[in-house]
Design a binder for this molecule. Structure first.
Ligand code: PDD
Length: 286
């Protein structure tokens, strides 16, 4: 299957798309990205992703090349041209091609490089893993200090995913100064009684778009939400645990470092949160 991808204003077969070898995204990981899920052909929490995209650009003194309406039109065109019912739209903006390699940002006006592609994932919201839950290991958080910016500098998260794979589990939770920061590509939570605990927002974690929605729905469902750091020991003693991301939505976590969390099976709270999240987000999809 040849996908249609988007590069700087053009919709092209993936085999014909070109980006310069001097692109700063390629040479310096000088770029930012967003992943938006698609359910029933519609974009989930699109406005949230646009707001974060704009913030990532600002934090890096990078030009956001499009307004929210323009981004929406491009996303919709990509969904239509690729016939996506369920799946993901990946969007990347880099500082562009200054024509040579230099650590300094280009002083002249260089147009950002904009790339989008889609990933078709039929049944994305019905993942069997949501019924069985993920198992995770903990690993040291050795990423840079501005994890709040969604950059394409993803080598350590990739290494973490490989450590998880080697350990025969689904993902890794990063730990810094004794406390969980987040998963390799998701935010991490524990549940104790009626209370959800997740790390507070700072430069140390990505400000998940799914996180914001889930915490809002949890509060509306009369659950207590406590935004504070927690340890792996506290996770082991929790009733339930989960992660959130645009691609996994709300995913139960049933084991950490070989220790069962709660009963070691998917509990009641996390599936309920997942259902509320999916119901509400489908209603608001664009
Ligand atoms: N990852 N934390 C990290 C480090 C992430 O990479 C992600 C998202 C999240 C969750 O953010 P959101 O709810 O906005 O998706 C948290 C995306 C899905 C990815 O890299 O594929």
């Amino acid at each position: 299957m040849t996908r249609t991808v988007y590069v700087n204003g053009d919709y092209l077969p993936e085999t014909e798309a070109r980006v310069s070898v001097f692109d700063r995204g390629f040479l310096m990981a000088d770029g930012i990205y967003e992943v938006t899920s698609v359910l029933d052909g519609k974009l989930i929490d699109f406005a949230g992703h646009c707001v974060r995209l704009d913030r990532s650009c600002r934090e890096l003194d990078m030009k956001n090349p499009h307004s929210q309406d323009e981004w929406l039109a491009i996303h919709r065109e990509m969904v239509a041209r690729n016939g996506i019912t369920d799946g993901l739209v990946y969007l990347q903006v880099t500082r562009g091609n200054p024509g040579d390699r230099d650590f300094a940002y280009p002083s002249v006006d260089v147009e950002p490089t904009v790339v989008l592609f889609t990933q078709s994932k039929p049944g994305l919201a019905d993942s069997p893993a949501a019924k069985t839950g993920w198992r995770v290991i903990s690993i040291p958080d050795e990423r840079w200090g501005r994890r709040d910016i969604k950059t394409v500098q993803l080598l350590y998260p990739s290494m973490g995913k490989m450590m998880a794979k080697k350990a025969g589990v689904d993902d890794a939770w990063f730990v810094e100064d004794g406390f969980v920061t987040e998963g390799t590509s998701n935010n991490a939570y524990i549940v104790k009684g009626n209370r959800i605990v997740t790390r507070a927002l700072s430069n140390n974690i990505l400000h998940g778009i799914t996180r914001a929605a889930v915490l809002r729905f949890a509060a509306e469902a009369q659950m207590e939400v406590e935004e504070r750091s927690f340890t792996i020991d506290e996770a082991k003693a929790a009733d339930e645990a989960f992660i959130t991301s645009a691609s996994a939505f709300v995913m139960p976590v049933i084991e950490v470092d070989g220790a069962a969390i709660g009963s070691g099976k998917v509990g009641n709270v996390v599936p309920r949160l997942r259902e509320i999240y999916l119901d509400e987000m489908r209603k608001a999809a664009v």
